[in-house]
Design a protein around this ligand. Structure first.
Ligand SMILES: [Zn+2]
Length: 377
């Protein structure tokens, strides 16, 4: 017998013992399109249906998040697109609504905002999004930045808690945002903050610090223990799986999404593969797969955070992005990751863990019926 075959047979037998009754063979790259998946963080800003076409082809349901981002279409237009796509493809399309900060602190803001949220939920919205403008842009009458734990939000947040409506919260930025360009860990952060000096906090020492923003967010989550809280972008703690673990331990009502932060995780798995893999396994119920893939109307001054940027490229880029993440999380394959200029080995997470992170956690958190995860028929 060929000794290498003999050795691998022996290894398989050992893994079967270590893994318990049945060793879980990880998924392969070829399984990608056949496994049910859910991208919990996308922005579909055109109604052309292109995003949904590639999502269905690749086995994804998507949650499109409306957000009060000046580079996106106006909120009313984002809502209109979401309503139309939900009508056309309710099996693959879901959306989250948001609210405007105009009039915050005024006597009608809470009631108006609740009315708006309820109307959108009535039309199918599964969650509400709050963006980093809270903490980093909006100021109160005294000229102070409005933080997420401002009592002015209490009425709205109490309403979400009572109705069981999830809140997707993007506060602060990756920690790289507070570092000089040459100290940043990933190329995607470096190019984003180079192109968005207004959001690049290293240039704005007068603005709230990273830890100030994290502390305000944590006080908020602590104050609303029944709120279904989703920390977008790994709750802005992407630089340390230990720190994310501490956050998840402290707040049992919280989950996190992976959107636009995979390269930060890959950066850590390069130096401590076992720790990162343990993190995903330990918190397998609390992590939602998401990308931040954004389909925007073509425009010369397009500045959305992530690729893709032009319509012809969209499907190709989305498919490539999704497949690369799949190879990293689901398989043991190595691939080159440009953003960290390194070859990265896949985590080969057990199938049952992949099925949760990629599908059932999102269905549970966003209140959708729990169908069987795993391979599509
Ligand atoms: Zn986003």
């Amino acid at each position: 017998m060929n000794p290498s075959i003999h050795a691998s047979t022996f290894l398989c037998a050992m893994l079967a013992i270590v893994g318990g009754a049945r060793a879980e063979t990880p998924y392969t790259a070829a399984d990608f399109a056949h496994v049910k998946k859910f991208d919990s963080h996308t922005h579909v800003n055109t109604a052309d249906g292109e995003f949904l076409r590639i999502a269905s082809k690749d086995g994804f349901e998507i949650l499109s998040i409306n957000v009060d981002y000046p580079d996106f279409p106006p909120l009313a237009r984002q809502a209109e697109i979401a309503h139309k796509l939900l009508r056309e493809d309710p099996a693959h399309f879901h959306f989250a609504t948001t609210f405007s900060m105009k009039g915050f602190g005024g006597k009608d803001w809470t009631a108006d905002t609740i009315r708006h949220i309820d109307a959108e939920v009535q039309r199918g919205a599964l969650a509400v999004k709050v963006w980093k403008n809270i903490g980093m842009v909006e100021k109160n009458a005294q000229g102070h930045y409005i933080m997420l734990d401002d009592p002015g939000f209490d009425g709205v947040m109490k309403h979400l808690e009572e109705r069981g409506i999830p809140l997707i919260a993007h506060q602060a930025e990756p920690k790289n945002c507070w570092l000089p360009l040459d100290a940043m860990t990933t190329e995607n952060d470096r190019s984003y903050f180079r192109d968005h000096p207004e959001y690049y906090m290293y240039l704005h020492p007068e603005m709230p610090s990273y830890e100030t923003l994290m502390a305000a967010r944590d006080r908020f989550v602590a104050r609303h223990p029944k709120l279904n809280f989703v920390g977008a972008h790994l709750a802005s703690l992407e630089w340390s799986v230990d720190r994310i673990a501490k956050f998840l331990d402290a707040y049992p009502n919280a989950t996190v999404d992976l959107a636009a932060r995979m390269t930060q995780v890959q950066y850590q798995s390069k130096s401590d593969y076992a720790k990162v893999r343990r993190f995903f396994i330990k918190y397998q119920e609390r992590i939602l797969y998401g990308t931040d893939l954004t389909e925007d109307p073509p425009s010369a001054d397009e500045r959305a955070q992530n690729p893709p940027t032009n319509m012809a490229q969209f499907s190709k880029d989305a498919d490539g992005f999704w497949r690369s993440d799949w190879i990293y999380l689901a398989t043991a394959d190595r691939q080159h990751i440009d953003a960290i200029k390194a070859d990265v080995e896949g985590l080969a997470l057990p199938r049952s863990v992949i099925d949760k992170i990629y599908y059932s956690n999102a269905r549970r958190v966003f209140g959708l019926s729990q169908g069987a995860a795993g391979l599509r028929r």
